[in-house]
Design a protein around this ligand. Structure first.
Ligand SMILES: [Zn+2]
Length: 154
């Protein structure tokens, strides 16, 4: 669909664009080069800048180290959600082995969702530091001050 630049665009929803791992500034550009993949390298490959608004996606050296906390929180939240779902749908009792079956199911769910959780953590992390810019089509993104050539992407 072709969009007319002069018409102000509706603001894309924060939650949806974050869940879709879109750039935090324009909420349109994709943060990742490839589709979700079981290959760690392919899964996490990112362009240097947003392909739509040219927002730098790594705004300082080691920027994404902090995603460890985000993915931990997401993993705990997912485990709780699986626990509740298991409890409601199948039932958990301390008198049989159902708690162990839940743990087995949870491990499978966590492994399967890991590639997406890693991406979602980066998307959330970037959204904590880069705000949506309604003027993204006409203004330049903020220049990162602490980028050191040759020390990025580690
Ligand atoms: Zn963008």
């Amino acid at each position: 669909m072709k969009e007319d630049i002069k018409v102000p665009l509706p603001v894309p929803n924060y939650l949806l664009s974050t869940l879709e791992t879109k750039c935090a500034r324009c909420r349109k550009g994709k943060m990742f080069k490839n589709g979700i993949s079981i290959s760690l390298k392919r899964n996490m490959e990112m362009p240097d800048n947003c392909p739509v608004c040219s927002q730098p996606l790594e705004i300082e050296v080691g920027f994404y180290y902090g995603t460890g906390y985000v993915s931990y929180a997401l993993t705990v939240a997912l485990s709780v959600a699986v626990f509740v779902a298991y409890w409601v749908l199948i039932g958990i009792s301390i008198n049989d082995n159902s708690l162990y079956y839940y743990l087995g199911v949870n491990i499978v769910v966590l492994i399967l969702s890991m590639p997406y959780i890693m991406r979602l953590s980066r998307s959330l992390w970037l959204s904590f530091f880069v705000k949506y810019d309604p003027q993204w089509q006409v203004t330049d993104p903020e220049k990162p001050e602490r980028n050191i050539e040759g020390q990025m992407k580690n």
